[in-house]
Design a protein around this ligand. Structure first.
Ligand code: HEM
Length: 443
């Protein structure tokens, strides 16, 4: 076994290199182009190993998953998300997953269709204009996704505007605090940034704990996500308030930022590809505008629109990379993976790997037609992760994105702005670095 090629001996490369901090997906992409499918970086005392192949995804997440834990690579997230589903491990994680899984099956999430439609309509109602306007669609998609998760999670409490106004900056700032420090050790010094972070966490906790308390002290049953999580039982045992808080928070964070960015990039790709946009609009028109309501069955008929979303998640995966710690020494393609190394899988790279995709950089929704043979490996596409820890909210997200696109396409067309060049950055999710201004025309 030998060490993987790469950059070693560089102290704190992440602190020194602007690309590594602001666009780490581009940094590891560059590493891949220069050193190949297994590449390593020495970040101070830490060894980071970037793995590019679909076979590696299967190795780390499935076949050898016991050797790869969330471990230290998730310490920063734990300061915000506690010991919830995303960050916990072992039997504790397993029990929480069993408790929560029934709430997120395709059948279970379809009961939220009406809430999702209402949440989208509310935001779109604020955008009543005639003709064409230049609009940054990124904050609009964030508003929509936030509105959806608030309504589906907390139903009526989500309309308490005073509470929500205090909550939104706290959510945004805690997420960016954690994302900026992903690979750094947790240091609890009372710096101004850390004090602000603690204050924001207290605001979030207060919001969630008050709702849980109100519900515990009333007999009223709620059929929103929080209600279902509060009713979930295994052998008669439900979740403690502390567990509920952690699970609500992870659902909240995982559930709105990711879909907001996915929708933003989908609109960008449709604006850049007017023929695809027309096909989407025609399909939605033929399935829904004959007065058909949005139901699981009508959504199921939106084949082309589903392929567009799949392809957008391939080219611009909101989770563009994630890490595991090697709990023991391992070997991949003849290279040593030292115990304690941080192993990085990257959708950004694997989704663009020419071994698995024809014309990997082209936007081609029809590559997903059955019989086209793509991807050429079952683990080459993993926008929602893979194996045991696959995204719990996958069906929720897929349904939500379809509904938002269907309602948007009914009202607006999207066109690119001359001179706009897309740059991406990464901070917990992949995002456009300078917003997403598009020419939006109301129908
Ligand atoms: C386009 C939207 C989304 C994307 C791309 C996405 C992506 C992911 C990925 C890649 C993971 C695995 C991370 C890992 O293995 O380390 C994950 C886990 C998770 N996601 Fe999502 N997600 C999305 C939407 C959602 C939504 C809407 C929810 C909830 C309503 C959600 C809840 C979760 C949870 C709870 C986990 C942790 C699962 C576990 O460890 O057992 N996600 N997601």
């Amino acid at each position: 076994m030998t060490d993987a090629p790469g950059i070693t001996g560089l102290l704190n490369v992440f602190q020194m290199n602007k690309t590594a901090r602001e666009a780490p997906h581009e940094f590891i992409d560059d590493l891949w182009q220069r050193f190949g499918d297994v590449a390593q970086v020495g970040v101070g005392p830490l060894t980071l190993i970037v793995l590019a192949r679909a076979e590696h995804v299967k190795h780390v997440l499935v076949t050898e998953r016991k050797k790869y834990i969330k471990g230290r690579s998730h310490d920063q997230l734990r300061t915000l998300l506690g010991n919830g589903l995303f960050t916990s491990e072992g039997e504790f994680w397993h029990r929480q997953r069993r408790l929560m899984a029934p709430t997120f099956t395709p059948a279970a999430v379809s009961q939220y269709i009406a809430d999702v439609v209402a949440a989208v309509e509310e935001v779109l109602g604020d955008l009543d204009f005639e003709g064409t306007r230049q609009l940054d669609v990124q904050p609009i998609m964030t508003d929509i996704a936030m509105n959806i998760i608030m309504r589906t999670m907390f139903s009526s409490a989500a309309t308490d505007e005073e509470r929500i106004e205090a909550l939104q900056p706290a959510l945004a700032e805690t997420l960016s605090h954690v994302s900026e420090r992903t690979a750094a050790p947790v240091i609890n010094l009372p710096t101004p940034a850390n004090r602000r972070y603690r204050k924001h966490i207290a605001t979030i906790d207060d919001f969630i704990n008050r709702i849980i308390e109100e519900r515990r002290s009333s007999d009223e049953q709620h059929d929103d996500l929080l209600g279902l999580l509060m009713q979930a039982r295994e052998e008669g045992q439900g979740m403690t308030d502390a567990q509920l808080r952690d699970e609500v928070l992870i659902t909240f964070f995982a559930g709105h930022e990711t879909t907001a960015q996915a929708l933003t990039f989908t609109l960008y790709l449709l604006a850049e590809n007017p023929a695809c946009q027309r096909r989407v609009r025609d399909e939605i028109g033929s399935v829904l505008y004959g007065g058909q309501p949005v139901t699981p069955e009508t959504l199921d008929h939106l084949d082309y629109t589903q392929r567009v979303i799949k392809e957008a998640l391939r080219l611009y995966p909101p989770v563009a990379m994630f890490a595991r710690d090697a709990a023991e020494e391992d070997e991949i393609d003849g290279y040593t993976i030292p115990k304690g190394a941080m192993v990085m899988l990257s959708q950004w790279i694997t989704h663009r790997h020419a071994d698995y995709w024809s014309e990997p950089y082209a936007f081609n929704p029809d590559r997903w037609l059955p019989g086209r043979g793509e991807p050429r490996h079952p683990y080459a596409y993993f926008p929602f992760g893979s194996g045991q820890r696959t995204c719990l909210g996958k069906s929720f997200a897929e349904q939500e994105m379809l509904i938002v696109l269907a309602l948007l396409m009914a009202r607006c067309t999207f066109a690119p702005l001359t001179g706009f060049e897309l740059n991406t950055e990464y901070g917990g999710t992949l995002r456009p670095a300078d917003g997403m201004p598009l020419a939006v025309t109301r129908q």
